[in-house]
Each structure stands twice: as structure tokens, then as C-alpha cells.
Design a protein around this ligand. Sequence first.
Ligand code: UGA
Length: 433
Amino acid sequence: MKISIIGTGYVGLVSGTCFADLGHSVICLDKDKTKIKSLSQGESSIYEPGLDEILKRNIQNKRLSFTTSYKIACQTDLLILCIDTPAKKTGEPNLSNLKLSLKSISRDLKKDIFIVTKSTVPIGTNQYIKNFIENSSSFKINIISNPEFLKEGCAVQDFFFPSRIVIGCESKASREIMKELYAPLGLPSQKFIYMKVQSAELTKYASNSFLATKISFINKISQIADHANADIHEIKKGIGSDSRIGNEFLNAGLGYGGSCFPKDIKALINFEKKFKIDHSLFSVVEEINNQQFFIFYKKIIDAIGQKRLKRSSFMIWGLSFKPNTNDVRDSIALRLIRLLTDQVKHLYLYDPEAIRESHVYLSQYSNITYCKNAYEHMQSANALILCTEWPEFQNPEIKKLHSLKDKKIFDGRNVLNKEVILKAGIEYFGLGS
Ligand code: UGA
């Protein structure tokens, strides 16, 4: 099948590359000429395990190509929209990129077409897309909402082994084309969940907000555990082994970040406000996420002492919003760094993949040094702060941690072995443990 992906960001690039690997002929469009040039040469714009190899293979096989031209992208049976919809200050999703794209599509469309929306869009957007293009061109649109559930860091794995494929559509023809699109995955029919377009739009928000709620829930329990001298790891085991609860997304830490959860929770609150529905649940989820950040920050300040802070330096492990990605958008680590830089002597930062990306966001600070490895400059730091649980941080070389001047570790993801660290004579500060 010939398909075009509109918007070659995270979701667009992973989906386009993987659809090509399934045997489809894929053209990915983006307005960023530099990105398109390097992608055409097989250079990925993101770090995602497994992606590079599939990208190069499919460019070589001529199943995958890149363009900035809507004229070329519109010569297809199926357009897949993967345009970013960042949150405005009000929390409302910003649809201006999507609208610009729709104008170009209407201009260059030459026939009736199926349009699949993978971007997370507010409820009602798919109908808006259909109306917009049908009113500004002479062609009929079959609109399909097919929300994306890929997780950064294991997006390729998620693509090939999806938990489910949600399809919101209104016609038999749309169902058929989606079956054809995903047929090479060889999934059992129960993996396909068909529904109304609006239900599919809301399903995406409901999934992400449920997971964010689960994280805020365990974070709230970790706050109680801190005061009750209980251990959040034991509690996680205790509740997660109930199959109705499950143990995924029950890791307490310094809060959720990234380009999805914070934005989607804000969008839901905004939607509730618009329709005058009580928005207390998701507002509290957001508030707890914020609280957790300040609780962790306060642990650092209290342990070091406000007065000594100006003379203290910190080693920070992890800059990306989660492990196995170089994405630093809405990263809690960067938020903490911004808050600390003015108050401390120096920060030594290390991340296995996200140093180059962090430069862009932290360029205004002069008291920052990027380290070549996790232990470089350890002896210049008073304490270590772990913000992102990259696997290489989880079994640290204890001997090297000994060179920390104050012998203190703040574990923002609760992944270090507390017993081992305490045994080595180093103070340990986690969240609920
Ligand atoms: C999330 C969803 O998990 C995907 O299903 C969805 O497709 C994607 O958003 C999207 O809307 O595009 P992602 O943002 O890549 O995926 O990352 P997650 O693994 O969900 O993690 C989000 C944040 O929650 C991270 O900051 C992570 O550190 C935090 N988290 C996760 C916790 O604090 N505790 C946990 O137990 C799990």
C-alpha cells in the first residue's frame, strides 16, 4: 500500500519507518528541510532503540523516502497525520501546525482520500479535519482516528507488538483499508478495537490520563510512606500483585514528564472547563506531580542546608525525561537543573544520550559542566542527584561514589539499592523509601 506520513516527528518517524518495514511504500513529509535532508541519508533525528537499522534498511530497499513537498505526499491512497499538537499556556492544544498542514493538503489533493489521524487531538478534531478539507477542495474524505500508544524508548517494539489497535471510523471502506494497513503485523482480530471517531479521540486521552493518575497515586502514597516510615517498594509489590491493579506505572519518583502526559492532562482539564464539567480529578493529578518535584527539591535543600547550598556542587545523572530516549521536552531533570543553577556553585551533568539536546535548553547557564561519563568530576561534587533511571545508573560503582564530598545521594527514581549505599557509608534519600 502507498502511504504518506504528514509530520516526521517522533510518532511520524517511528510509524513511517515501521510501516515501510511491513512492506508498504512510505513517504514521510516534514516542513524542516534540514531534518528531511539528513533523514534521506539515513540519519535519524531521534535516539530510539532499533530505529536506525530499520530506517537505513528501508531507505536502501526504496520503500521509505522523505520529502518537504505536499504535492508529492498527496499522491497516495492514505494520508497519516502525525503533526505535533503542543499545549498552549491555557492548556488547550495548539492546532496551528495541524491547520497549516490541512491548508496544504487541500491545495495539493487530487482525489478522494483516507486520512488517518495518529496525533493526539482534542475531541471533535477529526470531524473538523474532514469538514475543512471537504469545504476547501472538491474531494471526499474518509476520516479515521487511529491514536498512537507508542512509548518513547521502546517505540519500535510497541509498533510491532501493540497491545491493541484503536480505530475510530464511520465507514466499511475505512475499516477495510485499516485492516490492509496493519495486515502484515499478523495480529489476531481481537487486537483491533473499532469505535466511533470521537470515542477513539477520547480513548487516547483516557489512556494517558489513567497512567498519569496511577503515577500520581503512587507518588501520593510515597509521601505518606515517608512519614509513616514505610517502604514504597514493598507497598508497590503489595498492591501491584493484585491483577486488578497491576504493577506497571507504579514507580514513585520525582514525577512524570515528557511531551505527552503533562500536555494531555492539561488538555483534558481544558476540555472539562470548556464543557463546565468538574475538573478536580485531573487538576489534583497535576498538582501531586508538582508537589512531588518540590518534595524532592526540599529533601536536597534540607540535607545540604540552605546556607551551604551556594558553596555546594552537584553531580546530576540523567537529563532525558525517561531512559532510552534523547528527548528532553518537559524533562523533570531539566526543570530541577533550572531551579538549582542560581542557588548552587556548580552542576556536573551526565546523560548517555541527551547531552546535545540539553545544551539547547540550558545554554544560558554558565555554572554547568557536561561530563563524558557518569563518574567524571564526581570528586568535585558534594552530592549525586539521580533524575532519570538509565540502566547504567542502577548498579553504580560504589567505590567511585565514595569520592562525593558530602557522601549523599538523592535518588529521584528510587532505583538504587538503598541497603548497598547505606552499607558503603553514603547517605541515601529516596521518595517513600
Ligand atoms: C506515553 C504513553 O505511555 C504512551 O502509551 C503514549 O503513546 C505516549 O505517552 C504518547 O501519548 O505519545 P511516553 O510519554 O513516551 O509514553 O513515556 P512513558 O513511559 O509513559 O513515561 C511518561 C513519564 O512518566 C516519564 O517521565 C516517566 O519517567 C514517568 N513514569 C512512568 C513514572 O514516573 N512512573 C512510572 O511508573 C512510569
